[in-house]
Design a protein around this ligand. Structure first.
Ligand SMILES: Cc1ncc(C[n+]2csc(CCOP(=O)(O)OP(=O)(O)O)c2C)c(N)n1
Ligand code: SF4
Length: 331
């Protein structure tokens, strides 16, 4: 700074510096990929002094096409099933070295709800100082849209097609945040890419806590859900506004906060935008029953979490907080 001429206003100069982002734009995600946006928001909020362990899945694949990498942070690829165990090892090593660097583990819903769950549960139980982020696109997308424990009831995937025998996935979406919270960890929360400032606040809050924390982010996948990439944010917002994806916070296993829904929408508004639910709009008695079932699931969420509210909530920006407005300038 001493070498700058007197005429340069360093405050203005700082304003023009790029904000920190852990994910470079030149990656290979599909247009409108919710995971890419989610990862950008998480890394931006977490800042540079973080190490990441990333399970196999779309995020790992579209950011690391050899010999290039889109990551601007210390990042390690783990197996599909052990991101939480790798993160726990990183954290233990950093602690041994007396370093304050934080550790974030990341995985898709397949790597979190199903195949990586054992490692996740162990990491939470042992109390590692790790934030685990699940990017939930509700299927095994990287390998061709197979159903996972997170796929919603009645959604069609390549392994839960709709046909004569059944209307998409027969089972219910696993309630992962309740299962995680049952480990009585200090903090667990859900979030959606439709609400960027809420994600940022939750990442910072989780990283300020000493102990294991968990963030479950709903991330639309245009390819697997069958909607136009330009609609990803709208689709994500409708999942919240219908009550199908409640935005909640849990501390030590107990409900500590919810983002109220000001404008409640019927589930059909959300479902109709996505090809994976198109069979539910056929002239078929079974389809009508499934629509009623899904509305009942949303109503149950709204009632049990008391989601309906009229008061303005700073976390619910109604889409006013764009990605470019947010972020922190890190030194
Ligand atoms: C033990 C093991 N089984 C299967 C695979 C193949 N595989 C790689 S990525 C993937 C799907 C990942 O799904 P998810 O975790 O939901 O992440 P997404 O790709 O949807 O982001 C699968 C099945 C693997 N790498 N390792
Ligand atoms: S398949 Fe889905 S999750 Fe994977 S890169 Fe494309 S939009 Fe993203």
């Amino acid at each position: 700074m001493e070498d700058l001429p007197d005429t340069v206003n360093t405050r203005d100069l700082r304003k023009h510096q790029p904000r920190f982002s852990g994910l470079e734009s030149g990656h290979r995600a599909c247009l409108g990929c919710g995971e890419a946006l989610g990862a950008r928001l998480v890394t931006e909020a977490a800042g540079p002094d973080v190490m990441y362990a990333n399970a196999t899945g779309c995020l790992e694949v579209f950011t690391t096409a050899w010999p290039e990498s889109a990551w601007r942070v210390a990042w390690m690829h783990s197996l599909f099933e052990n991101a939480a165990a790798v993160a726990a090892g990183m954290e233990a090593a950093l602690k041994r070295q007396g370093k304050a660097t934080r550790v974030i583990a990341m995985g898709g819903d397949g790597g979190t709800f199903d195949i990586g769950f054992q490692a996740l549960s162990g990491m939470l139980e042992r109390g590692h100082n790790v934030l685990y982020v699940c990017f939930d696109n509700e299927a095994y997308m990287n390998t061709g849209i197979q159903r996972s424990g997170s796929t919603p009831h009645a959604a069609a995937t390549t392994t839960s097609p709709s046909g004569k025998m059944r209307m998409g996935k027969r089972h219910l979406k696993k309630d992962i945040v309740s299962i995680v919270a049952a480990h009585h960890i200090p903090y667990a929360a859900t979030a959606s890419v439709a609400y960027p400032s809420d994600i940022r606040k939750k990442v910072r809050r989780a990283l300020a806590i000493d102990g294991p924390t968990f963030l479950h982010i709903h991330t639309p996948c245009p390819l697997g859900w069958g909607h136009d990439g330009s609609l990803s944010i709208e689709v994500a917002r409708l999942a919240v506004q219908t009550g199908l994806f409640p935005i909640i916070e849990l501390e030590r296993g107990g409900l500590a906060g919810v983002m109220p829904i000001r404008q409640l929408r019927p589930v059909t508004d959300y479902l109709a935008l996505q090809q994976r639910f198109r069979h539910l709009f056929a002239d078929d008695e079974r389809a009508r029953e499934e629509l009623e079932h899904l509305q009942a699931l949303a109503d149950h969420n709204i009632e049990s979490y008391q989601l309906q509210g009229t008061r303005p909530d700073s976390r619910d920006s109604e889409g006013a907080d764009t990605v470019s407005r947010g972020g922190i300038r890190w030194a």
